[in-house]
Design a binder for this molecule. Structure first.
Ligand code: ATP
Ligand code: MG
Length: 270
């Protein structure tokens, strides 16, 4: 077991992530990132497009190895993906197209955790109900709307009963009404499960509404600009919500202490 602060389920310690361009030249995507996520926390990562949010999430998921530093999850250093960390990716088409919605969930549970078929089916229906698409259990992914596909992907991730749910802009491509509905549902799911959530978004409104704390990244190479406590602000019309949204917008559009250019106004705001 690795040493980890008592109140942390994820510890990111001086993590640096480096890609190579086609000529083999290194490109630093994340530099010296350090933070912890508490058990049962809704932790949001926000930053301009291309700054390294997905990169950070993939490293926590175990798909990318840091060039320096380390990531510890539940007392173990991350070296590979595992069923303790379920990911919902940024793109819509992450379900197996040849399996039904139910089949996708059942397969994930059987493959990742060896859950017996009947148990997996019962559990699949439970989680499809939780995200409101059990009626579509027998449908194939191409028969679903974008919002339904995202619900199915979230249900599949929840069905693995992970310690940590990693969500990469899960509502990014949805219309505003479906998006706010799914935001409310995610809060409801969290109330019922208290799963630790790390959520990436571009939306300041979503960050303040969903997050207990919001990590703000600078433009690439991403360093941490600030971690903002937003736990007290859920009512979108409250003065606290408005003030925190304003503060996050300021962090995103002004260069601050980071030694790089400001994000063009409006790029990462809404
Ligand atoms: N496989 C890769 N090889 C080389 N560079 C990459 C790779 N993946 C991402 N990058 C680069 O790393 C940087 C961060 O990318 P990342 O996808 O993490 O950004 P992001 O913050 O998730 O952006 P968006 O908000 O648009 O999803 C970008 O400059 C991107 O071009
Ligand atoms: Mg991304």
């Amino acid at each position: 077991m690795e040493r980890q602060p008592a109140d942390a389920v994820v510890t990111v310690e001086r993590v640096k992530i480096v890609y190579r361009d086609p000529n083999g030249r290194p490109f630093v995507a994340i530099d010296e990132a350090s933070f912890t996520v508490r058990p049962g926390e809704k932790f949001v990562v926000i930053g301009p497009s291309g700054c390294g949010k997905t990169t950070l999430l993939k490293a926590i998921a175990g798909f990318l190895a840091p060039a320096a530093g380390r990531i510890v999850v539940a007392g173990r250093e991350v070296h590979e993906p595992g069923p303790d960390r379920a990911v919902v990716f940024q793109d819509f088409d992450q379900l197996f197209p040849w399996r039904t919605v139910l089949g996708n969930l059942v397969y994930a549970m059987r493959a990742a955790k060896g859950v017996p078929k009947a148990t997996a089916e019962a559990r699949a229906h439970h989680f499809l109900k939780l995200v409101g698409i059990d009626a579509a259990a027998a449908k194939y992914p191409h028969m679903l709307s974008g919002g339904m596909k995202q619900r199915a992907a979230i249900a599949r991730a929840l069905a693995l009963e992970p310690d940590i749910l990693l969500l990469d802009e899960p509502f990014g491509a949805l219309d505003a009404i479906t998006r706010s509905q799914l935001q409310r549902e995610l809060n409801e799911i969290w109330r019922r499960t208290h799963v630790t959530i790390i959520l990436v978004t571009h939306s300041i409104q979503e960050a303040v509404y969903l997050g207990h704390r919001v990590l703000v990244l600078t433009p690439a190479p991403a360093v941490i600009r600030e971690i903002v406590d937003t736990a007290a602000a859920e009512d979108v019309e409250s003065p606290a919500f408005v003030a925190l949204s304003h503060h996050l917008r300021e962090l995103l559009v002004t260069p601050g202490q980071a030694k790089r250019d400001a994000v063009p106004a409006g790029q990462a705001t809404e």
